[in-house]
Design a protein around this ligand. Structure first.
Ligand code: ATP
Ligand code: MG
Length: 677
C-alpha cells in the first residue's frame, strides 16, 4: 500500500481522483508536482495500474529526471516501464515507431538550431536573396511559430505586409523539403509530425491511447497549441487526464504558450474535477508575502490565497551595488559567508537572472573565489564547435542522408577537398536527384574535378562506408568511436590548427568527454545504440545544460541559471540579481511587446524559488556596450512591502551616492547663484 498521509486533504483528493479529468490550479510551492508523483505511486501501488499505462509529461529534461528519481524512491522497480518525459521526448518515442507512415525513415536525425539555420540559409540562397536582406534567425523563428500553431507549408499565410514574414511563408515549403531530404526533423516537428501521425492514422492513435490510460501534465500553463492538441488526442479515449499548473507562472507566452488553455480546461473537459491548493510548503512567510504582493498587481489572473504555516523567517535582503562588478563580488562574498556561517552548502545556493548574459561577472567571481558552480544556459557543451564536429561524424554514420552533418565533416579534419569541389559534388547530386553521400562514391562521373581530388573524395567515401558497416556490427560503441577519432586524426587536427595549445587541449578534452558520455550511456542502458545516444544528446541540448547536473558533477556547486529555466525548482538560498528597469522587466517587454504582466510572473517565479532566504540585488550603474550607464530600480521592487525588506548599500554604491549628493548640492548652489544673479 502506498500511504498518502504525507499529503494534505486537498492534495489527497487530487492524488486519488484517478478516473476522469482533473485540474489542479494552484500557486507556487503548494505541492502540485508532489501531487503528480504521489498520484503515480497511488496508481501503481494501490490501484495496480501497470506502469506502462502511465504517462507523465514535464517541461524540461531536468524536471523529468527529477521526477524519475522521485518515483524510484517511492515505488522502486515496480515503476519500471512508465513514461516520464518532456513533450519532445514523447514525440521521439512515438515517431520512432511509426514515422515511416509519414515518408521518413526510422533512423531520422533531429536537427539543432545551427543545422536548421544551415538549411534556412540554403533555402534563402536559392531565392536569390543576393543582398542578404533577410535574417535567417528571424525567418526560422517565424517558421517555428507556424509549426507551433500546427500550420503546414500549405496552410501558412502572411498576416500582413511584413517582408520577412512573406519570405518565411515562401521558404517554409523548401525548408521542410530540405529537412526531409536529409531524413531529418526539427524540434517543432517532434510535436507537429506526431500530431499529424496520430490524426491521419487512427490505428496509431488507438495504439497509444490504449497504452497511455493515465496521463499527467506538469506546468500545464506553458503548453503551446500543438502540445495541447497532442495531449488532447492521447487523452480523448480514456479521459483520465490530470493537469497541474499555475496561471501566475505562465512565462512562455513569447514562445506561443497560451495561458487560456489552463483557464479553459474545465470547459474543454466536461465533468472535470477542480482542486485548488492553498498551503505553500516551500517558503518562509516573508518570501511568500513578497511574492503574493508582487503578483497581485497583475489584473488578468485567477486570484489565489496562498498561505504558509512556517514563520516569517529572515527579512529579504535588498543589496544596492555600484555596478555589475560590485554586484557580483558582493553576492559571491555573501555566498561564502552564508555557507560558512549558516551551515548551508554551495548546492543550496542559486543565482537567478533575467538574461543569460548577466552570468559572466558572477562566473568570474566564483572562479576567483574557488567556489564550484554549475552554469545552466549560455554556451552549452554540445554547442561547442569541436563537440559538434565530432558528433557530426557520428550523426553521418547513423544517418548518411544527414547532409548538414556530412557537409560538416567532408573536409574536417582537412583532407584536401575544397569548397569548389564540394559545391560541384553537391550540384551534381541535386541534378541527378541522388543523395550527397552516394554522389561521393560516384565522384568519377562528375566533371571538373582533378584526378587527385577525385581519389580523395573516393577515399573519404570508402572510409565512411567502412565505418557505417563497422558501427552496424555488434561491439562496444565507445571503443569504436575512440578508434574512429584516432583514425581520422581529430586530436592532431586540433593541435595543428589552434595556436594556443591550452585551448587546443581543452577542446581535445571536450572530445574525450563525448566518448566518456557515450561510454556512460552504454553502461547505463542495455539497449544503447548510436542513434539513441545521439537522440539523447540532442534532446539534452534543449535544457541548455552546460556540462552536467549538480549531482552528476559529484560535487557541491552553486547553480547559475535564468529565471526561465528555474521554473519548478527550489533552493534554500536564492540570489535574484539585476532588479533594474530594462532587465526585469526586460527592455523588449517595456517598449515592444507591452508584456509587463509576463515579466511580473517571471519575478513571481524567481521569488518563489527561495525556501529560507531571498536576496535581491540591483546596481546604480552598469556597463553596457562598454560604457557605464545609469540604472533605475525595477518597478517590481516597489511592489514588495517595505517592512519585508532589509535594505543594504554596499561600499561602492554608498560612495557613488555621496558623489551624487555632492553633485546635487553643487547643482543646487549653482542654481542658487544663478537665481541670485
Ligand atoms: P511550483 O509551482 O514551483 O512548481 P509546486 O506546486 O509544484 O511548485 P512542489 O514542488 O510539489 O510545489 O512542492 C514544494 C515543496 O513543498 C516541496 O519541497 C515539497 O516536497 C513540499 N511539500 C508539498 N506538499 C507537502 C506536504 N503536504 N507536506 C510537506 N511538504 C510538502
Ligand atoms: Mg512544480
Amino acid at each position: 500500500m502506498f500511504d498518502l498521509k504525507s499529503l494534505n486533504p486537498q492534495q489527497r483528493t487530487a492524488a486519488t481522483h484517478t478516473e476522469g479529468p482533473l485540474l489542479v490550479l494552484a500557486g507556487a510551492g503548494s505541492g502540485k508536482t508532489k501531487v503528480i508523483t504521489c498520484r503515480i505511486a497511488h496508481l501503481i501501488e494501490n490501484k495496480e495500474v501497470p506502469p506502462e499505462n502511465i504517462l507523465a509529461v514535464t517541461f524540461t529534461n531536468k524536471a523529468a529526471r527529477e521526477m524519475q528519481e522521485r518515483m524510484k524512491e517511492l515505488v522502486g522497480s515496480r515503476g519500471k516501464g512508465m513514461t516520464i518525459s518532456t513533450f519532445h521526448s514523447l514525440g521521439v518515442k512515438i515517431l520512432r515507431q511509426d514515422i515511416r507512415k509519414l515518408g521518413y525513415k526510422k533512423n531520422f536525425s533531429i536537427y539543432s538550431t545551427s543545422d536548421q539555420l544551415g538549411l534556412i540559409r540554403q533555402a534563402l540562397r536559392e531565392t536569390n536573396d543576393t543582398q542578404k536582406k533577410f535574417d535567417p534567425d528571424s525567418i526560422l523563428w517565424k517558421i517555428s511559430g507556424a509549426k507551433n500553431a500546427l500550420l503546414t507549408p500549405e496552410q501558412y499565410r502572411p498576416t500582413g505586409f511584413d517582408e520577412s514574414e512573406q519570405m518565411a511563408v515562401a521558404i517554409y515549403p523548401r525548408y521542410q523539403a530540405l529537412l526531409k531530404s536529409c531524413n531529418a526533423i526539427d524540434f517543432d516537428d517532434l510535436i507537429m509530425l506526431t500530431v499529424r501521425l496520430l490524426r491521419d492514422f487512427p490505428e496509431v492513435l488507438a495504439k497509444w491511447q490504449q497504452q497511455f490510460r493515465y496521463i499527467m501534465v506538469d506546468e500545464y500553463q506553458d503548453t503551446n497549441p500543438s502540445q495541447y492538441l497532442l495531449i488532447s488526442m492521447l487523452a480523448a479515449q480514456n479521459r483520465n487526464i490530470c493537469v497541474v499548473g499555475d496561471d501566475d507562472q505562465s512565462i512562455y507566452g513569447w514562445r506561443g504558450a497560451d495561458v487560456e488553455k489552463i483557464l479553459n480546461f474545465e470547459h474543454d473537459y466536461h465533468g472535470c474535477k477542480v482542486v485548488m491548493l492553498e498551503q505553500n510548503y516551500r517558503s518562509t512567510g516573508n518570501i511568500l508575502d513578497a511574492a503574493n504582493h508582487v503578483i497581485s498587481n497583475n489584473t488578468k489572473r485567477k486570484v489565489k490565497a496562498l498561505w504558509t504555516e512556517s514563520g516569517p523567517g529572515r527579512p529579504i535582503d535588498l543589496i544596492v551595488a555600484a555596478d555589475d562588478e560590485e554586484e557580483a563580488t558582493t553576492v559571491v562574498e555573501r555566498i561564502e559567508t552564508t555557507c560558512f556561517r549558516d551551515k548551508v552548502s554551495y548546492g543550496d545556493c542559486a543565482i537567478l537572472y533575467r538574461t543569460n548574459a548577466q552570468s559572466r561577472p558572477f562566473e568570474e567571481q566564483l572562479r576567483f573565489a574557488g567556489i564550484p558552480y554549475v552554469l545552466i544556459g549560455g554556451m552549452q557543451f554540445y554547442e561547442r564547435k569541436e563537440v559538434k564536429d565530432s558528433l557530426a561524424w557520428l550523426r553521418t554514420i547513423a544517418n548518411p542522408e544527414d547532409e548538414q552533418s556530412l557537409l560538416r565533416i567532408i573536409n574536417f579534419p582537412k583532407r584536401g577537398i575544397g569548397e569548389t569541389t564540394i559545391l560541384k559534388i553537391n550540384q551534381w547530386s541535386m541534378e541527378q536527384g541522388i543523395p550527397l553521400f552516394e554522389a561521393l562514391g560516384r565522384a568519377a562521373e562528375i566533371d571538373g574535378i582533378t584526378e587527385a581530388v577525385r581519389a580523395k573524395v573516393q577515399a573519404f567515401h570508402d572510409l565512411l562506408s567502412g565505418e557505417i558497416a563497422n558501427f552496424a556490427a555488434p561491439g562496444h560503441l565507445a571503443d569504436k568511436v575512440d578508434r574512429l577519432f584516432r583514425k581520422i586524426g581529430l586530436e592532431e587536427e586540433l593541435y595543428r590548427t589552434i595556436d594556443d595549445q591550452a585551448t587546443a587541449r581543452r577542446k581535445v578534452e571536450n572530445i574525450e568527454q563525448v566518448i566518456n558520455s557515450l561510454a556512460g550511456f552504454e553502461s547505463s542502458s542495455a539497449k544503447a545504440t548510436l542513434p539513441l545516444f545521439l537522440e539523447k544528446v540532442t534532446l539534452m541540448d534543449e535544457d541548455r545544460f552546460s556540462g552536467k547536473d549538480k549531482k552528476e558533477h559529484g560535487r557541491d556547486a552553486v547553480t547559475l541559471m535564468s529565471l526561465h529555466s528555474s521554473k519548478g525548482l527550489e533552493f534554500p538560498m536564492v540570489w535574484l540579481v539585476g532588479l533594474e528597469e530594462e532587465i526585469l522587466p526586460h527592455k523588449k517587454s517595456i517598449y515592444e511587446d507591452f508584456s509587463i504582466d509576463e515579466e511580473r510572473r517571471l519575478m513571481y517565479v524567481g521569488i518563489t524559488r527561495a525556501r529560507r532566504h531571498l536576496t535581491i540585488t540591483r546596481c546604480l550603474q552598469r556597463k553596457q556596450y562598454g560604457k557605464m550607464q545609469e540604472r533605475h530600480p525595477s518597478r517590481f521592487l516597489e511592489e514588495i512591502p517595505e517592512q519585508l525588506v532589509n535594505l543594504q548599500q554596499v561600499a561602492g554604491a554608498q560612495a557613488l551616492n555621496e558623489d551624487e549628493a555632492e553633485k546635487m548640492a553643487g547643482d543646487f548652489f549653482a542654481k542658487m547663484k544663478g537665481m541670485l544673479g
